[in-house]
Write a protein that binds this ligand. Structure first.
Ligand code: SAM
Ligand code: SF4
Length: 337
């Protein structure tokens, strides 16, 4: 352990002086969809015995909050497909130190879970939606039905979350003609929306990532044909840069790993479903926390030490290149997007 890993006020800090306050937990790498930018058609998933148990996930999450992490996002794969997942939401949601508890989901299970999630203390949720057209939805997700996600969105709106945001990955010639429709759909229902530039994580068979790439600036130009958008300094503690409409409070966010690298302000780390603590989305630096929790089942101190020591190998940033073969072979579903 080095001195810059934890400060005297008990917060995690890396060697570049960045405070780590945000943990994203992937609770499963499995999913009921197969989005073309996220997975290949024949995915091999982690054997269930290698996954962290729900108790282990809760324990690691709690220890992170004791080290100053105040924001946790549950993600996956599709987190709501993991059996008994409400255990994790109920337990972590009751931690006083957790100030911001969020979820990223494809929405297919929200009709079942939205109310329970709200009661468990989840304040905000992100729902992924790339198209409003039924046939396209089936093509982009390979297996999905648009209506299920739409029903999930309605259930989330009725459950009264503080904020719901849609996430859209825009691919040229697949859904780029729906940018304005997606914004109008979100804003008409009081939701924000963020556009994410596709990242080269894992080999996918469906399309050429460089060809399909559309920059956030191009999306912004398209949107400005319809709406007046002004930049804001709003932040939700993640990588989105927000613009606000002049005629309403609704926002459009951009997550731009290629065109506006966000590494300088990185405040987050990721826990994979198998218990690997990933220090960067676009690099392989990691620490095996599953080994630590299984070696020391009743003791938190070794886990605390492993987390603190991990801060020293957090790299400066990613260097994504869409024109070469992916350097990172893990797909987004195992990374925990
Ligand atoms: N299944 C949930 C969902 O789709 O919201 C949570 C996990 S998913 C991996 C989280 C987010 O990552 C989604 O918004 C998805 O669109 C995005 N995503 C997946 N693969 C991506 C990629 N290669 N580049 C950029 N975003 C990606
Ligand atoms: Fe599943 Fe989410 Fe990946 Fe789509 S983006 S395949 S919904 S994990």
């Amino acid at each position: 352990m080095t001195q810059n890993s934890i400060t005297t006020d008990n917060t995690l800090t890396d060697r570049f002086g960045r405070r780590i306050e945000y943990l994203r937990i992937s609770v499963t790498d499995r999913c009921d969809l197969r989005c073309v930018y996220c997975m290949s058609e024949d995915m091999k998933f982690v054997p269930r015995a290698q996954l962290l148990t729900l108790e282990e996930v809760i324990r690691i999450g709690r220890v992170f909050t004791e080290l100053g992490v105040s924001k946790i996002r549950i993600t996956g794969g599709e987190p709501l497909t993991r059996r008994n997942i409400m255990e994790v939401f109920n337990q972590l949601g009751s931690l006083d130190a957790l100030k911001d508890f969020t979820l990223t989901t494809n929405g297919t299970q929200l009709s079942k879970y939205a109310d329970d999630l709200r009661h468990a203390g989840v304040d905000r949720i992100n729902i992924s939606l790339d198209t409003l057209q039924e046939e396209r939805f089936s093509r982009i997700t390979r297996t999905g039905k648009l209506q299920r996600t739409m029903d999930g969105i309605d259930a989330a709106l009725a459950a009264g979350f503080k904020r719901i945001k849609l996430n859209s990955v825009i691919l040229r010639h697949r859904n780029h003609d729906e940018i304005i429709d997606l914004v109008n759909f979100a804003h008409d229902r009081g939701m924000d929306i963020s556009f994410i530039e596709e990242m080269p994580l894992g080999v996918i068979g469906d399309h050429d990532r460089a060809e399909a790439y559309i920059s956030s600036d191009e999306i912004l130009d398209i949107l400005r044909q319809q709406h007046d958008l002004i930049p804001t300094t709003d932040t939700t503690g993640g990588p989105s840069r927000y613009y606000r409409r002049t005629d309403s409070a609704a926002r459009v966010g951009f997550i731009s790993p290629h065109s506006h690298n966000f590494c300088e302000d990185c405040n987050r780390v990721r826990l994979t479903a198998e218990g690997r603590l990933l220090l960067c989305l676009g690099q392989e630096h990691s620490v095996d926390l599953r080994r630590v929790v299984r070696t020391y089942p009743g003791e938190d101190e070794p886990l605390r030490e492993a987390i603190i020591a991990a801060m020293d190998i957090k790299p400066r940033g990613h260097d994504f290149d869409l024109n070469s073969q992916p350097v990172i072979l893990r797909h987004m579903n195992s990374t925990g997007g």
